[in-house]
Design a protein around this ligand. Structure first.
Ligand SMILES: NC(=O)c1ccc[n+]([C@@H]2O[C@H](COP(=O)([O-])OP(=O)(O)OC[C@H]3O[C@@H](n4cnc5c(N)ncnc54)[C@H](OP(=O)(O)O)[C@@H]3O)[C@@H](O)[C@H]2O)c1
Length: 245
């Protein structure tokens, strides 16, 4: 498939995990990609793996100076921007929602929610032409023990996706994906040492691989999803359809 030939995509948090898999998928389908992340070394390694179709800018997703650097880089390097993937996300808290440090809660909202809004706004200002995909999570669909405030932020992403889709229609489509546990560094604490036990809760019998998310994200970004906007696609191996009763 070459759904992205001649197109440029910006992916926040693209040096590893789901973001890197999305970048790899888009490059395989013809795109040029710009990826971000905090660590230059990881970005350099990712760019090397993506061949001649990728470049990177290091910085924090919630830093406005970094955002401005990225859009200046996109303009200088490509002179166009077709797709944005708001993938960078954090969860520095573990435990009951009532125990969360308010400063940590603000940081989670700043990176996961406010930055998603600001990257989208600035991408539109920079001339974004086609589509946005935001990374939500199944943790935003129900109470999630220990990762509770992260779930709050991911629920906000689903609603933000609808608001942005409505405001940016008809020219730009905005959708989200809500994965369950995908095997990355980020989710390791949720399955390491007990993968078989955790997998047993999934009707499809396994945890997610990064490609399980990258393919639906590519679909939502592409013209194959031309009449879909404001939606969150759940990617969970069937987890949410299984009743515990
Ligand atoms: N894995 C899962 O089970 C799962 C499930 C549902 C949703 N998600 C969501 O999917 C997205 C990607 O998660 P992942 O599992 O692929 O994580 P990951 O493997 O930890 O990768 C995260 C990527 O984002 C970058 N990053 C992290 N914090 C950043 C920040 N503050 N500013 C800029 N870049 C940052 C990382 O690079 P640096 O560390 O160098 O910054 C890395 O490139 C997140 O939004 C996450 O909430 C994940």
């Amino acid at each position: 498939m070459d759904r992205f030939t001649g197109r440029v995509a910006l992916i926040t948090g693209g040096s590893r995990g789901i973001g890197f898999a999305i970048a790899r998928r888009l490059v395989a389908e013809g795109a040029d990609v710009v990826i971000t992340g905090r660590k230059q070394e990881s970005l350099d390694a990712a760019v090397a793996q993506l061949g001649g179709h990728a470049s990177a800018v290091a910085g924090k997703a919630d830093d406005p100076v970094h955002r401005a650097d990225v859009f200046a880089h996109v303009a200088a390097q490509h002179g166009r921007l077709d797709h944005l993937v708001n993938n960078a996300g954090i969860n520095p808290a573990w435990g009951p929602v009532l125990d969360i440090d308010p400063g940590v809660a603000h940081k989670i909202l700043a990176v996961n929610v406010i930055a998603t809004l600001e990257w989208t706004r600035d991408a539109v200002t920079a001339g974004l032409t086609r589509s946005v995909v935001n990374l939500s999570s199944v943790s935003g669909l129900s109470a999630s023990p220990n990762i509770s405030f992260y779930g709050v932020s991911k629920a906000a992403i689903m609603n933000l996706t609808m608001q942005l889709a409505e405001e940016l229609a008809p020219s730009i489509r905005v959708n989200a994906v809500a994965p369950a546990v995908v095997k990355t560094d980020f989710a390791r604490a949720l399955y390491e040492g007990r993968e078989a036990e955790v997998s047993a809760g999934y009707p499809l019998g396994r945890l997610g691989d990064v490609e399980d998310v990258a393919a639906p994200v590519a679909f939502l970004l592409s013209d194959d999803a031309a009449w879909i906007t404001g939606q969150t696609i759940v990617i969970d191996g069937g987890l949410s359809i299984r009743s515990l009763v």
